[in-house]
Write a protein that binds this ligand. Structure first.
Ligand SMILES: Cc1cc2nc3c(=O)[nH]c(=O)nc-3n(C[C@H](O)[C@H](O)[C@H](O)COP(=O)(O)OP(=O)(O)OC[C@H]3O[C@@H](n4cnc5c(N)ncnc54)[C@H](O)[C@@H]3O)c2cc1C
Length: 389
């Protein structure tokens, strides 16, 4: 098989890239190791930045997002046993986030592509990259018991944090990673949200987040010990602790749990985002702690940038367009790390319950909400106001 762009990974990054390349008439193939049903069912992210929503509208994939997405024009910040509403829309001059599940976006992209007659090849295995020159490469993989070869001019790794492309690009180069001394336990449950807007809680015993997927489904997270296991947290223990951190006045009526997840909090940036005709986008290049909900948004920004680079290279003869992508993707990765770590640091209590550090956190939060300039700057980066390419 022969194509121009071989894409490894059919998560949101690979699917979006394929859709946009199709729109430009650049032929491409997506190879995905899981089944379509598995990819569509993966829950993960839920919040889209302002810039991501505007971009998805502009490229014509936002019909269901506009109909079903839940606008987040404000957010609640709870600390010192008091909840303060932060008016994101007013403080940013009209920008806000939208709750729309990653699985919904993934399904939208798959169905648009399937209708157009271009679907990923699912359930491939033993994927490996062969690069012979800057204009010639191949992806070798197994499917249905046989070995296959996809010859391509470019390879884009959209294969997430545990894929093969990141390892291929990083070989021999040190990578940057940081692991935090705590994790998140998360429940997806048929519990009505306590508010139409997200509530972030700083509590001396640990962070809590009440998020949602619909008016009837909540996504709730608690900071827990780094090495806790899912089986350490019964639903009863979760909701008792959640209610303690949210405050006694919160009326919580837990419904049945449909998914439980343990998230190890970490950040990672690949040693390089592009070398010759191989590049990465999305989680293959960077992962951030989920506190600021930036992962999927950074992935969308990577794709917007990369598609511009392909256009410049293939239609406008800009020979250094992919190198320029590598540099801007690296800058974006570190900016995303900075925003995510800032929010993580602000809202998580020290695992040893150190009273001195606790007072410092509370003072930071007081300073944030009492200074309009600081709050405006925080809201601008939280909603992801800056337009994508
Ligand atoms: C609990 C949680 C909550 C999150 N919340 C948010 C949020 O609210 N907002 C936000 O912006 N982000 C959030 N994120 C991050 C977000 O989910 C990721 O950034 C996003 O999934 C990245 O998409 P991706 O396509 O780059 O990677 P992935 O979604 O990981 O997709 C990679 C794909 O590549 C496939 N693959 C892997 N290896 C191979 C291989 N060798 N061959 C072929 N295919 C392969 C995988 O099966 C997968 O389908 C969250 C993440 C988690 C874990």
């Amino acid at each position: 098989m022969q194509t121009t762009v071989g894409i490894i990974g059919g998560g949101p990054t690979g699917l979006l890239l394929s859709y946009l390349l199709d729109g430009l008439g650049i032929d491409n193939e997506v190879l995905e190791r899981r089944s379509r049903a598995h990819v569509e069912a993966r829950v993960r992210a839920g919040q889209l930045d302002h810039a991501s929503v505007m971009y998805l509208r502009r490229i014509g994939v936002a019909a269901r997002l506009d109909a079903e997405g839940l606008p987040q024009k404000g957010m609640n910040l709870r600390f010192r046993d008091r909840t303060r509403r932060i008016d994101l829309e007013a403080l940013t001059g009209g920008a806000y986030c939208t709750i729309y599940g990653q699985s919904a976006l993934t399904k939208d992209l798959i169905s648009i592509q399937t209708e157009a007659g271009h679907s990923p090849t699912y359930e491939v295995s033993d994927v490996c990259l062969e690069v012979s020159s800057d204009t010639s490469a191949a992806i070798v993989y197994r499917k249905d018991g046989g070995e296959h070869r996809l010859n391509c001019r470019f390879i884009v790794g959209c294969d997430g944090a545990h894929g093969v492309t990141r390892a291929f690009l990083n070989s021999g180069t040190p990578q940057s990673a940081r692991h935090l001394p705590f994790s998140w336990i998360g429940l997806l449950s048929d519990t009505p949200p306590i508010s139409r807007e997200l509530t972030y809680v700083y509590h001396p015993e640990g962070f809590a987040l009440w998020s949602m997927r619909s008016p009837a489904v909540s996504r709730t997270y608690l900071q827990c010990a780094r090495d806790d296991r899912l089986e350490d947290w019964s639903d009863d223990r979760f909701w008792t602790e959640f209610s303690r951190r949210m405050g006694p006045e919160t009326d919580i009526r837990p419904g049945p749990t449909t998914e439980r997840v343990m998230v190890r909090m970490q950040g990672y940036v690949a040693a390089c985002m592009q070398r010759g005709n191989v590049m990465v986008a999305g989680d293959a290049g960077h992962i951030v702690p989920p506190s600021a909900a930036k992962g999927l948004n950074m992935a969308i920004a990577d794709v917007a940038d990369l598609v511009g680079a392909f256009k410049a290279l293939l239609f406008e003869d800009q020979g250094d367009a992919l190198e320029a992508y590598g540099r801007s993707a690296m800058r974006r990765a570190w900016l995303g790390q900075y925003l995510s770590w800032r929010m993580t640091d602000l809202l998580h209590s020290p695992p040893d319950g150190n009273p001195f550090e606790n007072e410092i956190k509370l003072t930071q939060l007081d300073a944030l909400v009492s200074c309009p300039g600081r709050l405006r700057e925080f809201c601008d980066s939280y909603v992801g106001k800056e337009a994508l390419a």
